[in-house]
Structure formats: structure tokens, C-alpha cells
Design a protein around this ligand. Structure first.
Ligand SMILES: *[C@@H]1O[C@H](CO)[C@@H](O)[C@H](O)[C@H]1NC(C)=O
Ligand SMILES: *[C@@H]1O[C@H](CO)[C@@H](O)[C@H](O)[C@H]1NC(C)=O
Length: 350
């Protein structure tokens, strides 16, 4: 009649077993206790149940439901979900979409990465770089940018004074060391790379390199993302050439851009990566170009924004908002100057 009690009270079982035991043994125990005095067998069950309960409560499965935990070795991003978000909400960026999907899932599924994943996102303002970095972080840490394992650095806010560069370098190294020690899968995002003091970023070079450990800490599972407007004009020129020769923008391939982009950024004093050893030593895994957005993409952004606000789509307003945006080059007016950046505020006016 009685379910078997654990043979050694106090031994911790798996959480699932613990729950079964708990449900199975508590009920008969309550009934038994009212009639019989404490017999050895029910005491045994009670101790077993109690220890099973503490085991369950202190197990990661339970704890991490309420408190954010660093993802374990086996945690994998949902590739389907990642692809779906990119398909539905990132417009006009076939290259970025492909590379991100491959790079991120490949890296996370690799049981033994040799170096941290380092991505450098380039393009004009409003083309989706920030959005993509948010999507990447959310696929690894549910809380996204709010996660305590995700660190966003803004050049103008965190590293504003040129004369304090040595202090910033020391601080940055200390932060990265501290945070990766706490969670191997930490994500570091450097926004406004083009406003970063040249040379500062080289302070993180040791962490991006092929070292198994540095002073007992392994950085191989961390992710570094750089965001930059630098190179945006080079990308726009390539996109314009394609347009002028009547080829579809979807025919632009990564190889048309990756090399020019890295050379351009390396030689640009205002890219944050000027003469950087990160490029010299090939420590940046992917240079990801974000193409300038066309009129139809801007309309997609407006439609998506409307949809997320009220679920009501008004094509007339979409067109009016899109017509308010500025486009370049002056004569052809093909690409949006600010991408989709001002869409939200413009929509507020309607
Ligand atoms: C992955 O995401 C898809 C689409 O959002 C969802 O249907 C599926 O259940 C998810 N899979 C897992 C294992 O969470
Ligand atoms: C982690 O990084 C943040 C900056 O994002 C910093 O304030 C904090 O001190 C770092 N934590 C450790 C343990 O170094």
C-alpha cells in the first residue's frame, strides 16, 4: 500500500523523482499520523520527503525560474525562434540575417569553441544594428539587454575623456575578467565604436585571442559585438552600384563587402578600429554589413511598428510617414538617410 521510501534518508534525488516521491508519500503520511503513533516507517518517509523537497528547491531547475542564472553548457538558442524574429522584423538585410543565424547558432552549438565569438556590425544609422544585437542577446539570455550577463558600453557615456584612456583600458579589462569569471557566456556590446578613442579597444585583444585560459579564466564562450556607422558609406556605394546596374540588392554577396569593409575600417581614424590589432590578427570573426534601406523597407518598418502598437494597419498613414523621410542620393532618392530610425517618432505625429 505504501510507496517505497528512499532507502537512505537524506540522499538527494533528481528533481523529478523528488516531486513524485513528495506527492506519493505526503498524502498517506497525513492519514497515517492521525491514527498511529510515530512508527519508524512513517518517520523514514517524512525525512525522505523533506530531504527530497530541499533537494528540489535548491536544484537549478527550480531556482533559475525565479532568479536569472548563467546558461549552462547545454543551453542552446532556439534556432527556429531566432530565424523567425529575423524574418519578421529585420527588413532588407539578407546578408546580416544569414551571417547572424549561422554565426550565433554555430558558435553556441560548438561544444568546444577555440575563441570567443566576435562580430562587427557596420552600416548607416537606422539600418538594424542595434535591433540585431538585441536579438542576439535575447537568444542567449532571456532578459536580453536587461540581463545581468549582458554588458552594453557606449563610447560617449563610458569612455568620454581622451586623457583617461589608460584608466578606461584597465577598467575594461577588469570588468571583462570579473564578468566572464561570473558567467562564461557573458555578452559584451560596444556601441558607437566610431566614437571610441583609437587604441582603446586593443585593451581587450587578449580576451579575443585563441587562449584556452588567461589567469585561470576561459573567455572562449563569451560574445563580443561591435556596432559602428563606420563603413556605412562604402556599403551604400556598393548597394548604389548594384541598383544602377539593375541588379537586385539580394544579389549582393558577403564577399562583395567583407574585405572592403575591414580594409576601410582599418584605415579609418574614426572607426574605433583604426590600425587595430584585432583586425591585424584576424580576431574579428565576421564583418557584417547592413545595407541602406529603400522606400519599401521603410514602409515595412512603419507597418511593423503600427502592428505592434495597435494591430490596426492603415496603408494611407504608412505612405504619409514614409513620404516624410529623407532619401539619398539627391537625384535618385533611393535610400533612406536615417533608415528606419525616426519611424517611431514620426508615427507619433499621426
Ligand atoms: C522554438 O521556437 C519555436 C517558434 O517560436 C517554437 O514553436 C518551439 O516550441 C521552440 N522550441 C523550443 C525547444 O523551445
Ligand atoms: C561587470 O561589468 C560592469 C559594467 O558593465 C561593471 O560595472 C561590473 O563591475 C563588472 N563586474 C565585475 C565582477 O567585474
Amino acid at each position: 500500500m505504501l510507496p517505497a521510501a528512499p532507502s537512505v534518508p537524506g540522499r538527494r534525488q533528481g528533481a523529478a523523482v523528488a516531486m513524485q516521491l513528495l506527492l506519493g508519500s505526503l498524502l498517506p503520511l497525513l492519514v497515517l499520523q492521525s491514527s498511529a503513533a510515530l512508527e519508524p516507517i512513517s518517520v523514514g518517509i517524512a525525512i525522505g520527503a523533506a530531504s527530497a523537497l530541499t533537494g528540489f528547491l535548491s536544484s537549478p531547475n527550480f531556482y533559475c525560474r525565479f532568479v536569472e542564472c548563467c546558461p549552462g553548457e547545454g543551453a542552446q538558442p532556439n534556432r527556429t525562434a531566432l530565424k523567425q524574429v529575423l524574418d519578421e522584423k529585420l527588413f532588407g538585410q539578407h546578408l546580416a540575417k544569414d551571417v547572424i543565424l549561422k554565426a550565433v547558432t554555430g558558435f553556441i552549438n560548438n561544444p568546444n569553441p577555440k575563441k570567443p565569438l566576435t562580430l562587427s556590425l557596420h552600416g548607416l544609422t537606422g539600418t538594424g544594428k542595434n535591433f540585431v544585437s538585441q536579438i542576439i542577446t535575447e537568444s542567449i539570455h532571456k532578459a536580453g539587454l536587461k540581463s545581468k550577463y549582458v554588458h552594453l558600453f557606449l563610447s560617449t557615456l563610458h569612455f568620454p575623456h581622451d586623457q583617461q584612456i589608460q584608466m578606461y583600458k584597465d577598467q575594461l579589462q577588469k570588468w571583462i575578467r570579473g564578468n566572464v569569471s561570473a558567467c562564461a557566456k557573458s555578452v559584451f556590446i560596444f556601441d558607437e565604436m566610431d566614437k571610441l578613442h583609437p587604441g582603446l579597444i586593443d585593451a581587450i585583444k587578449p580576451f579575443l585571442d585563441y587562449y584556452e585560459q588567461i589567469d585561470g579564466v576561459s573567455y572562449q564562450r563569451a560574445i563580443f559585438v561591435f556596432l559602428s556607422n563606420a563603413g556605412g558609406d562604402v556599403i551604400a556605394n556598393v548597394a548604389l552600384d548594384f541598383w544602377k546596374s539593375g541588379r537586385a540588392r539580394e544579389q549582393i554577396q558577403l564577399k562583395d563587402l567583407e574585405q572592403v569593409l575591414s580594409v576601410n575600417v582599418f584605415n579609418n581614424k574614426h572607426s574605433g578600429l583604426w590600425h587595430s590589432s584585432l583586425i591585424d590578427k584576424n580576431l574579428i570573426d565576421y564583418f557584417i554589413p547592413f545595407l541602406p534601406l529603400e522606400y519599401k523597407h521603410v514602409k515595412m518598418c512603419i507597418r511593423e511598428e503600427m502592428n505592434s502598437r495597435s494591430n490596426k494597419i492603415d496603408e494611407e498613414i504608412i505612405q504619409q510617414v514614409a513620404d516624410e523621410m529623407m532619401f539619398f542620393p539627391k537625384n535618385e532618392r533611393i535610400f533612406s538617410v536615417k533608415g528606419c530610425k525616426t519611424v517611431q517618432t514620426k508615427l507619433d505625429l499621426f
